[in-house]
Design a protein around this ligand. Sequence first.
Ligand code: BG6
Length: 512
Amino acid sequence: MSDPQNGWVNPLRSDIDKRLPRIAGPSGMVIFGVTGDLARKKLLPAIYDLANRGLLPAGFTLIGFGRREWSKEEFTEYVRAAVEEGARTKFHQSVWERLAEGMNFAQGNFDDDEAFDKLAAMLAEMDAHRGTGGNWGFYLSIPPNSFADVCHQLERTGMAKATEESWRRVIIEKPFGQDEESAKELNNIVNAVFPEESVFRIDHYLGKETVQNILALRFANQLFDPLWTSQYIEQVQITMAEDIGLGGRAGYYDGIGAARDVIQNHLLQLLALIAMDEPVSFSPDQLRMEKVKVLRATHPVYPLDETTARGQYTAGWQGSEKVVGLREEEGFDPQSNTETYAALTLEVQNRRWAGVPFYLRSGKRLGRRVTEIALIFKNAPHLPFDASDISALGNNAVVIRVQPDEGVLMRFGSKVPGTEMEVRDVNMDFSYSEAFTEESPEAYERLILDALLAESSLFPTNEEVELSWQILDPILDFWAEDGRPDEYKAGTWGPESGDQMLARNGHAWRRP
Ligand code: BG6
């Protein structure tokens, strides 16, 4: 399925990775929003990690664009601090020096023609002196309301234009809009300048090893997928719990909330990978076609007042730390109805999944940080035991632990040693850290490398983004009418309404 001779290497085949290291060709990257949190904590460290792993080309060039009056040296110092603080791999002076040689800073605002003219001249100069070959990625780590300005400038100055020999790509960060309509507008803005095959939308969950492993688990084995249907599975629970609060992100989060922040993208992508049919191959088109099919079949379950829940955290304890409630967080409007916990019930209306509830939940300041997908099986149709023998037997489950303690757990019943036939739940646990010596790369390492290589499998298409909003929009509209979210104490597992949502179906959240 890979065709290395013609330059296409299947990015999901790690055996091929080993034979042919996937090294980016001559190229450079311009980061807009380089002084932001994301660039400092994730992008810059990931670029260093790639360089350190030998996966960037020798002349790789990194240009920061921002408002600050920085010299090239000041920018380089800033990157160095970010790398020392956030890189996953060891700091090597020689790697750093080589990377730093290719750094530069362009100062200006997004509506400043002169600044973009200078940037275009800088790119041309870099092409001439550093062998970047005219290949540039533009990373928009900026709020979506600035996309139009930047795309317009990239078009006006000709920077967006690829040639026969060189490529130009845009890499964009969420939020991809606030609803389906605004997502379409954003897609139109971007697609008017960059053709869809040059647009790389980041959903960093797809860059995580454990998320890619969903494909391996399902399609490299005979053990699981035959059972992956409504015939055997009773319910699917997807949980993304965080213990952190808003911590300085009130400006971004207020008005966005948990559903728009992570369910529209990360959790629906997890759902798509779990529920989709087997793709013909892992080529970008085939993989994304299967995801689109399953997203198209996914809908909220009604009535929404019973099948959804949302909440805001109040003051409480996070471990041994006393924490404030959402409304006391700095910069947060105390009157805001923005939710920090969201739970939804969805169904996938196709032959494989009809009747199986997919419960999705995410929240800040919950009991602990954990992301997992639990497939919970129906009871065996007949249990030839006395009721007392199986009183401690629950449902079988396959649990994919996305993070932390990455791995897969299977829960099933087993006989308790002794003279009685007593059956109790036990866990069989696969853990990445025990099974492999290799450490998993950070999601952004994988995704930046893939964007430089034009490997688009792990990037959602505009269609996936719009379909995800279609699923969410009716729920967001309902919440907008419904008034205030419920409350939950920081450090707990969310509002009672989140538990009731499942209890109505005789189900309960797994305690991760
Ligand atoms: C981001 C959200 O997409 O994901 C954040 O905007 C959230 O609110 C973060 O904290 C969580 O990412 P991870 O990789 O730590 O689970």
